[in-house]
Ligand binder design. Structure first.
Ligand code: PEP
Length: 266
């Protein structure tokens, strides 16, 4: 994966598109081609990836060939193979060309009942085959209003990363995604994002040491759009974004990518 712009601490900016359960074979291929075309001029300077639905991984991988855009998946199972009807192994994702997998997304935690314990098993299995894991954290609105944001992030951190071998920490990317901001049009203020990211980095330093924590990329996710991306990405602890709705429109996604690269001159 190439890199565009160094964030604080020498970290690389990263912009990931989460296509969720949207697109058709045709629109997925078109979107992938448009993103690949749009970032071609920034090759070598940035980290951009798209995460299409499972059935479209192959055709999106083909559309991204020879482009600097990486491929990710939105979920995986916690075993490498076996009699698990309907599940998808992280090894299969590697075989399809994925470098990344999103785990612990709030839609899976809250709509599909995934627990921290289950997520921790998925994380360990995914890193075992060399995937980079975009691990999502975030509080609900009642939790924020009850001043419990840090308590929730702390609990998700301990639970989702339980048993992770220390040598796999460099394969982690964090995404702070307040649940109240996802798909709602309501985004965290840059200050709220900065505070939550700083907390996660302190938590990572306590668990993995200062050097590993400083190297950790922490994305913000939750209603990022071309109008608010620059102010969010300007925060020193915000190393890029995990983009849902706006990643489905090539122009919007590419504008967000540009906002992550303030010094770029494509
Ligand atoms: C997401 O799905 O991770 C997300 C942040 O969605 P949206 O940008 O639509 O809020």
């Amino acid at each position: 994966m190439s890199t565009i712009h160094s964030a604080a601490g020498g970290r690389k900016k990263l912009v990931a598109g989460n296509w969720k359960m949207f697109t058709t074979p045709q629109s997925a291929a078109e979107l992938a081609r448009a993103v690949a075309h749009g970032v071609a001029g920034t090759a070598g300077r940035g980290g951009v990836l798209v995460c299409p639905p499972f059935p479209f991984l192959g055709l999106v991988a083909a559309a991204l060939e020879r482009s600097p855009v990486a491929l990710g998946a939105q979920n995986c199972f916690h075993e490498l193979e076996g009699a698990f009807t309907g599940e998808v192994s992280p090894r299969m994702l590697r075989d399809m060309g994925c470098d990344y997998v999103i785990l612990g997304h709030s839609e899976r935690r809250h709509k599909l009942g995934e627990t921290d314990e289950l997520i921790s098993r998925k994380v360990r299995c995914a890193v075992e085959v060399g995937l980079r894991v975009i691990l999502c954290f975030g509080e609900t609105l009642p939790e924020r209003e009850a001043n419990k944001t840090e308590q929730v992030l702390d609990r998700q951190f301990s639970g989702s990363l339980a048993g992770l071998p220390p040598d796999k920490v460099p394969q982690l990317v964090f995404a702070y995604e307040p649940v109240w901001a996802i798909g709602t049009g309501r985004h965290a203020t840059p200050e709220q994002a900065e505070q939550a990211h700083a907390f996660l980095r302190r938590r990572a330093a306590a668990a993995f040491g200062d050097v590993a924590a400083r190297a950790l990329t922490i994305l913000y996710g939750g209603s990022v759009n071309p109008g608010n991306a620059a102010s969010l990405f300007a925060e020193p602890e915000v190393d890029g974004g995990l983009i849902g709705g706006a990643s489905l429109k090539a122009n919007d996604f590419l504008d967000i990518v540009k906002a992550a690269l303030p010094t770029s001159t494509p």
